[in-house]
Structure formats: structure tokens, C-alpha cells
Write a new protein. Structure first.
Length: 184
């Protein structure tokens, strides 16, 4: 994928998620719409950047409002000398080439059992693979995920290189959104 090399610079407040999950502490920021608009796509997008001058590389998630949000873990918070509630300076640039997504083990097993699907998968673009995996892993229930994996194998085996009926931005389907921020 050829990304535009526009660097966005903006300030944002570090928010604490209301439901952080798995007990680990992390923060997030929602990108301003004008910063998100410089990115090559509304779905998952990998960027290189800095928080308060400290470099990082991460994949932005769609927020369902045609923008993105960024999860910031404790290691990056410490390195950037920042804490939840602080306003930080971020600089973001899309990567020149989107990295290959990690293929979940359950989907790897399904592909191994479906040679026709595996062949088409091997001929899809990196961005199409990102969308396929995002569609599967976005399922909230194990049964839905299993159904999506089976459906993906069927669609791939029939020659479809892109997941159909999937809005990677979450805007039209309301499938994705930024975490809810904890009240201060």
C-alpha cells in the first residue's frame, strides 16, 4: 500500500478507558477528525509517530465516526513521561507499507483444511487480509467468530479476495467505536 507521507501533529488528552479489561492500565486518545483525514483509510491503519517526542509504531483502530483512536500502553506512557489526564503532543505518519497481519490460530487451521481458500488467501492484498482478519476478530461471541471463519473460507474458496458487506470504519454498521472514557 502506498500511503501519503503527511505527518499530523496535534495535542490530545490521555483518557482512561471506563472498562480497561484484563486488569492492565492503559490510556487512549481519539484523533481529531482533521488528523484522521490525512490517513489513507478509515479502517485499521498502521502509523509511526511520537508521543511527547518518544517514538512508537502502532495500529490505529476505527472509532465508528470516520476517525481513529490510539491505545497507549503503560510502557509508552512511562517513556513519554505522561499520565492519564495529561495533554500530550502526538505526531503521526502512515507507514509506507501496511504490515502483514497476524493470522489467528483458528483461522490458520481453517485455511489449512481448505486448499482452495488458502490459494485465494495467498493472492489477496495485505489490506484485504487486514480487513478479513478484522471482520473475524471483531466478533463478540465465539459462535459468531467461528461462523465468520467458516464463511471466510467459503467466500475465499469461491474466489472472493475481499470480505463483502464489511465496513472497516464502523461508520455505517456502527460496529466499531473508541472506548468509553472513564469520568474524572
Amino acid at each position: 500500500m502506498s500511503a501519503n507521507n503527511v505527518t499530523s501533529r496535534f495535542e490530545a488528552k490521555l483518557l482512561r478507558p471506563a472498562k480497561p479489561g484484563n486488569g492492565s492500565a492503559w490510556a487512549f486518545v481519539v484523533l481529531p477528525k482533521d488528523a484522521s483525514a490525512t490517513l489513507p483509510r478509515r479502517g485499521r491503519t498502521t502509523v509511526e509517530g511520537t508521543v511527547n517526542g518518544h517514538p512508537f509504531r502502532a495500529t490505529l483502530e476505527p472509532d465508528g465516526q470516520l476517525s481513529h483512536w490510539l491505545q497507549i500502553g503503560t510502557a509508552l506512557l512511562e517513556a513519554a513521561n505522561a499520565a492519564i489526564g495529561d495533554t500530550v503532543v502526538l505526531e503521526l505518519t502512515p507507514v509506507k507499507e501496511e504490515p502483514e497481519p497476524e493470522i489467528p490460530a483458528d483461522f490458520q487451521e481453517a485455511l489449512a483444511a481448505a486448499p482452495e481458500a488458502r490459494l485465494v488467501w495467498s493472492k489477496t492484498t495485505t489490506l484485504a487480509r487486514v480487513d478479513w482478519i478484522h471482520w473475524m476478530t471483531a466478533a463478540k461471541q465465539p459462535a459468531t467468530r467461528a461462523k465468520r471463519i467458516a464463511t471466510a473460507c467459503d467466500m475465499l474458496a469461491s474466489g472472493k479476495k475481499h470480505v463483502c458487506c464489511f465496513d472497516p470504519s464502523g461508520y455505517y454498521s456502527k460496529a466499531f467505536r473508541a472506548p468509553e472514557a472513564e469520568d474524572h
